[in-house]
Design a protein around this ligand. Structure first.
Ligand code: 5GP
Length: 352
């Protein structure tokens, strides 16, 4: 939009309340904001305190916000635990997947976790989410659709929502076909259930970073390739992908313009009420073996959702609470309609 030219917009990646900020020179002059909100930067003259206003706020009066550098520094010093502890979530995918996750966090030379060996004075401020520069983006009619990434804890109903979307419009929505090294079963066809490839080729593809995620199950590899996302988008479909949230950062490019939706569980009371007679497929390992939800499943779901939100909340474009399935589905549908027709904010870094 020409009217936005020359202006600088940042997406806030943390919540800020000047009243709770001991460092701010004048609390009344501060601007409060929530994670995900868009701020227009009015002045960056001061290295510590920038002046900003809420993007949609017609009142041009700016308030003080901590500068990126200042916020990164003090967050890293105050909350070292966010940097020194690797993520501990119960993974919903295969155990092999879990292993590949851990490997990705390891330092190749020492084979030690980068997080474990980080000294208190070696904070990587890139790990501290503060602000991200964004720009308005609206999909042109002849343009490919954005990749939609669905994340959420085991049992939250993500697969059900995905299935409902797919059957609601099979021409419009698509999912990726995974790769596997296991033998094709008689009723399966190559390229439908799976793309069947050799172990050697799979390993080469892993080396060449062709996979978004992969895992091992019963001595075979399984994984989702980047090209499988491309082929869904090439058919002019919205690609629905559900992955662990840590894989999202590799997909954040102009090509995919991922829109990340977090499917969040309701309160534990609501879980008990609404999922009484429902069943859970606890992981991809026990595919098909659905069991009734236990109290531990509910607690695990809430805990794992909290961890995901704490650690990856800054990557979520939208949070949908799956209390009632129909309502969550309708909200999801509305989100998709808006995504295709309205202006959204995308990181400036995708354009370079
Ligand atoms: P099956 O061989 O019975 O078709 O699938 C067995 C298992 O393969 C699933 O339960 C799941 O653990 C794993 N699997 C299937 N697709 C994928 C995938 O795309 N990525 C990963 N990591 N595992 C998969």
């Amino acid at each position: 939009t020409p009217s936005k030219e020359g202006k600088m917009f940042l997406r806030a990646l943390f919540d800020y309340d000047p009243n709770e900020d001991k460092a701010i020179p004048c609390k009344e002059a501060g601007l409060s904001f929530k994670r995900g909100e868009i701020l227009q930067i009015m002045s960056q003259d001061d290295a510590t305190w920038w002046q900003a206003k809420h993007e949609e706020d017609a009142n041009p009066r700016a308030g003080l916000i901590p500068s990126k550098h200042f916020q990164e520094r003090r967050l890293a010093l105050r909350r070292p635990e966010i940097l020194v502890q690797p993520l501990k979530v119960s993974n919903r995918k295969s155990s092999g997947f879990r292993r590949s996750f851990r490997l990705s966090r390891k330092d190749k030379k020492t084979n030690k976790s980068m997080y474990e060996c980080k000294k208190s004075n070696q904070y990587d401020t890139a790990d501290v989410p503060t602000y991200e520069e964004v720009t308005p983006y609206r999909r042109q009619t002849n343009e490919k659709y954005r990749l939609v990434v669905l994340v959420g804890p085991v049992g939250v109903g993500l697969n059900e929502l995905k299935r409902k979307l797919l059957i609601s419009d099979t021409q419009h929505y698509g999912v990726t076909v995974p790769h596997t090294t296991r033998a094709r079963r008689s009723q399966e066809s190559d390229g439908v259930e799976y793309i069947f490839i050799s172990k050697h080729l799979f390993e080469t593809d892993v080396q060449n970073n062709k996979f978004i995620e992969y895992g091992e199950y019963k001595n075979n590899y399984y994984g989702t390739s980047i090209d499988s996302v491309r082929s869904v988008l090439a058919k002019n479909k919205v690609c629905l992908l559900d992955v662990q949230p840590h894989t999202v950062k590799h997909l954040r490019t102009l090509e995919f313009k991922p829109y990340v939706i977090f499917i969040k569980p309701p309160s534990i009371e609501r879980l008990r009420e609404t999922r009484k007679n429902a069943k859970i497929i606890s992981s991809r390992d026990d595919q098909g073996a659905a069991k009734p939800f236990t109290e531990e499943d509910f607690q695990e779901m809430i805990k794992s959702a909290q961890i995901m939100e704490n650690q990856y909340g800054h990557l979520f474009d939208k949070i949908i609470i799956n209390d009632d399935l129909t309502m969550a589905f309708n909200e999801l549908k509305t989100t998709f309609d808006k995504l295709e027709t309205e202006t959204h904010w995308i990181p400036v870094s995708w354009l370079h």
